[in-house]
Write a protein that binds this ligand. Structure first.
Ligand code: FMN
Length: 322
């Protein structure tokens, strides 16, 4: 498997988001905002019985985007596993399918996931986590990275978790500055990103509460992290990387509405190309619209109308009227 070029300092990552960052969404971002240096897929759950058909893996990671070498090389293909899952089989399959970059999810806070021993719950027992990471490293010759929270209930073992990932050959670590118990509520604690930078030999990507262009430099400066990853802020401003690269610190509400409209027109085309049902198209468009209207003039009213729309034409006629 070809080794990827190193990630440059100050790279901008569009975060993985379950239910959002599917192929149609990523195609939209890549086409309109190529300034994002890297993107991520939402997690693929490693099955606890047998193997998925390869078709399922390719569909989850993106049928069309998986064909394009350049895009594949800038995508973190994320998996979520547990001690009970068929991890080795899954990794072998990913290698056969020639995905060059795998990211291990050690951060998902959802009850369903953690009850089954996945995501952030793996941080509860670092002794057991070590052989799991080692197994994945031994089977996967490509770039292996991980995305982690600062702990589950507390942060006492945070530095140990970073050291463990370093020891076991993880090549880059994204730190979301919250414990699992904090979910998304309290402010992200960037001091833990700074701590990770101090103990890690491999690059740290800082994540949590980047809401505007200025926050990007602030995080790089305050924490000393190598690169940054944006999730909800990038749903609100999918063009954030473009604004950052062009030094555009402000935009009017009118400019923003125009960008939202452009985004949804392109997104609709990409969803339609997948031949998904109208119901699916409406559901996806609603999910994506949730954050995008924050701060827009009259945004709450428009969002309510969008969320209440019953048909695809209804939804898009509201977007078109922007
Ligand atoms: C709707 C949603 C879905 C998410 N799905 C994933 C996921 O699949 N994998 C993952 O590692 N993190 C996931 N996250 C966490 C984000 O990637 C990110 O770590 C978190 O939102 C903090 O960053 P932010 O403050 O920029 O939003 C998700 C977050 C949201 C809001």
């Amino acid at each position: 498997m070809k080794r990827l070029e190193p990630v440059s300092y100050g790279s901008l990552f569009f975060a993985p988001m379950e239910g959002i960052t599917d192929e149609a969404f990523r195609k939209t971002i890549i086409k309109l905002y190529p300034e994002w240096d890297y993107l991520a897929t939402d997690f693929l759950r490693v099955p606890s019985a047998g193997r998925y058909p390869s078709k399922h893996v390719v569909t989850h990671f993106g049928k069309e985007l998986s064909q394009e070498e350049e895009i594949k090389n800038k995508t973190q293909f994320q998996i979520m596993t547990s001690h009970r899952s068929f991890t080795i089989e899954m990794i072998k399959q990913v290698v056969e399918l020639n995905y060059p970059w795998l990211d291990i999810n050690l951060g998902c806070p959802s009850n369903t996931v953690t009850k089954n021993g996945g995501g952030s719950s793996l941080l509860l027992d670092l002794v057991s986590l070590r052989p799991l990471i080692k197994t994945i490293r031994d089977c996967f010759p490509g770039r292996l990275t991980s995305k982690i929270r600062t702990g589950f209930h507390h942060t006492d073992e945070f530095e140990d978790s970073i050291k463990l990932l370093n020891d076991e050959g993880i090549e880059m670590i994204t730190v979301h500055g919250r414990t699992r118990d904090m979910m998304y509520k309290e402010p992200a604690q960037w001091s833990f990103i700074e701590k990770a930078v101090k103990v890690s030999q491999v690059p740290i990507v800082g994540n949590g509460d980047i809401w505007c262009v200025n926050d990007i430099d602030r995080m790089l400066k305050e924490t000393g992290c190598h690169s940054v990853m944006v999730a909800r802020g990038a749903l609100k401003f999918p063009w954030m990387a473009q604004s950052y690269r062009k030094g555009q610190m402000r935009e009017t509400s009118q400019e923003r509405c125009l960008k939202i409209k452009t985004f949804f027109m392109e997104y609709r085309l990409n969803l339609e190309a997948e031949e998904i049902s109208d119901r699916g198209l409406l559901k996806q468009s609603k999910s994506v619209s949730r954050y995008m209207l924050d701060g827009v003039d009259n945004g709450d009213t428009i969002r309510r109308k969008l969320l209440l729309s019953q048909t695809v034409p209804d939804f898009f006629s509201i977007i078109e009227s922007f």
